[in-house]
Design a protein around this ligand. Structure first.
Ligand SMILES: *Cc1c(COP(=O)(O)O)cnc(C)c1O
Length: 431
């Protein structure tokens, strides 16, 4: 299978190049040249398969020709070391809990798959791979932990100073070894731009073997389609149309859902649920895509003003707004609404939402408006304890911190402060 750039479909590369380059040289994002449908018998048999078996079939369908089957199986098994349980919140609303991995957020899936794949490609070459990653919180922790001590790799995490929670920060500033954290005096968008600039810089590319671990990397995206199938498997026998509500920032999760639908998973509708950074909901309503500087909210992993995977969403629909907006409905919610629903669901349904999952849940509530003819699944993208202060404030109660997180909190933070300047980054990387 070849991978083309969303900016130029004639620019085609192998899986290895797509994964190692991360971003296409023309600034586009890599896409598989086609997304084959899986047989209906596979979808019908989902409830009989383990999560790892599902993951293997889905991965094999897209990248089976590019990597030996035994390697792919090993990478998928390494990725899926924890489940994605579907938990009923009310009659027709379910939470797909994606936070049972080592850093308690869905990004563990993508990061572990990517580290497996890059580790495999690194064996075939002599140079060390430098992984540059911009984070608004969860990406940094997932990637740092996914690559920690992986031979032949070095990870540089760029994060906006003061704009990630303490727990998130501790997860990528306390590891040491092959992991370095750069604390940037700017926003997440600035960090993302610095990483993009680094990839466009000829001088850097000559000296370093650079690659990206952001959700622009196709290897991050592919494993995220596994859990849409896993969710569906837990719903069988399915009696009503299934709607997925995806709390979104860079729209990697939602794009992975579109891949799953293309592969034959019967998904009736997607809800693109955002906080006040509602660039995509606005596009769905007005046909105008208008990136803006990001606005800080309590669901900070979704504070994205220029969603990078939008190019892939458009590509899947050949830029056809009409068909795209039949499959995807947008909505946005304020911090106030987010806090209120966290309180309400905790009090009345005895379920603890994190601020991101809360927006997914709100999306379903608004879409259904009390109607129960459909089944809704929202992606619960992080464990509530990762956003302890916000959650405790919303519910007016104290929550327990899981052991996995406590382990990070007791360690000492080490980061390098840096101006929001590409020159400073370049000097550091070459230094
Ligand atoms: C990254 C993240 C999101 C946004 O996911 P995208 O794929 O960028 O849309 C939502 N919730 C949490 C907790 C995240 O870490």
């Amino acid at each position: 299978m070849y991978y083309y750039s969303t900016s130029n479909r004639n620019l085609r590369v192998s899986l290895r190049e797509a994964v190692v380059q991360g971003l296409a040289p023309d600034n586009g994002l890599f896409m598989p040249e086609h997304i084959p449908a899986l047989p209906k018998s596979f979808v019908d048999s989902l409830s009989k398969l383990s999560f790892q078996e599902i993951g293997f079939e889905v991965a094999n369908n897209i990248i089976g020709d590019d990597i030996p089957s035994t390697e792919l199986k090993r990478i998928v098994d390494h990725t899926i070391q924890f489940d994605a349980p579907l938990v009923a919140i009310e009659e027709n609303i379910f939470s797909l809990e994606l936070f049972h991995g080592p850093t308690l957020a869905f990004k563990d899936f993508g990061a572990r798959f990517l580290s497996g794949l890059l580790g495999y490609f690194a064996q075939q070459q002599s140079r060390e791979i430098t992984i540059l990653v911009a984070t608004s919180g969860d990406t940094g922790s997932a990637v740092a932990n996914g690559f920690f001590n992986v031979p032949g790799t070095k990870v540089i995490v760029l994060y906006p100073s003061g704009k990630v929670s303490e727990i998130q920060e501790k997860q990528f500033t306390t590891l040491g070894g092959n992991i370095t954290a750069l604390e940037i005096d700017g926003t997440f968008d600035d960090c993302q731009r610095l990483v993009k600039e680094a990839f466009m810089d000829e001088g850097l590319k000559k000296k370093l073997f650079l690659t990206s671990a952001n959700s622009i990397n196709i290897a991050r995206l592919l494993p995220q389609s596994f859990y849409y199938f896993r969710a569906y498997a837990q719903l069988i026998p399915v009696t009503k149309p299934v709607v997925f509500s995806v709390p979104s920032g860079n729209f990697g999760n939602l794009t992975a859902g579109l891949f799953a639908k293309r592969m034959g998973l019967p998904i009736h509708k997607f809800i693109a649920a955002t906080n006040s950074n509602d660039i995509v909901p606005q596009y769905l309503e007005t046909k105008v895509f208008s990136p803006k500087p990001s606005i800080a909210t309590i669901s900070n992993a979704m504070d994205v003003g220029n969603p990078s995977n939008f190019a892939r969403m458009l590509d899947i629909y050949d830029g056809n707004h009409q068909i795209l907006s039949q499959d995807i409905t947008g909505c946005r919610f304020s911090d106030q609404q987010t806090k209120e629903v966290m309180f309400d669901v905790f009090k009345n349904k005895h379920y603890l939402l994190d601020p991101h999952g809360a927006i997914g849940y709100l999306g379903l509530r608004e879409y259904f408006k009390g109607n129960t003819n459909q089944t809704g699944i929202f992606l619960e993208t992080a464990h509530p304890a990762k956003f302890k202060d916000v959650v405790q404030d919303a519910i007016g109660d104290v929550i327990a911190i899981p052991e996995k997180l406590q382990g990070f909190l007791t360690k000492k933070k080490t980061s390098i402060a840096m101006k929001n300047s590409f020159r400073a980054l370049k000097e550091f990387l070459l230094g």
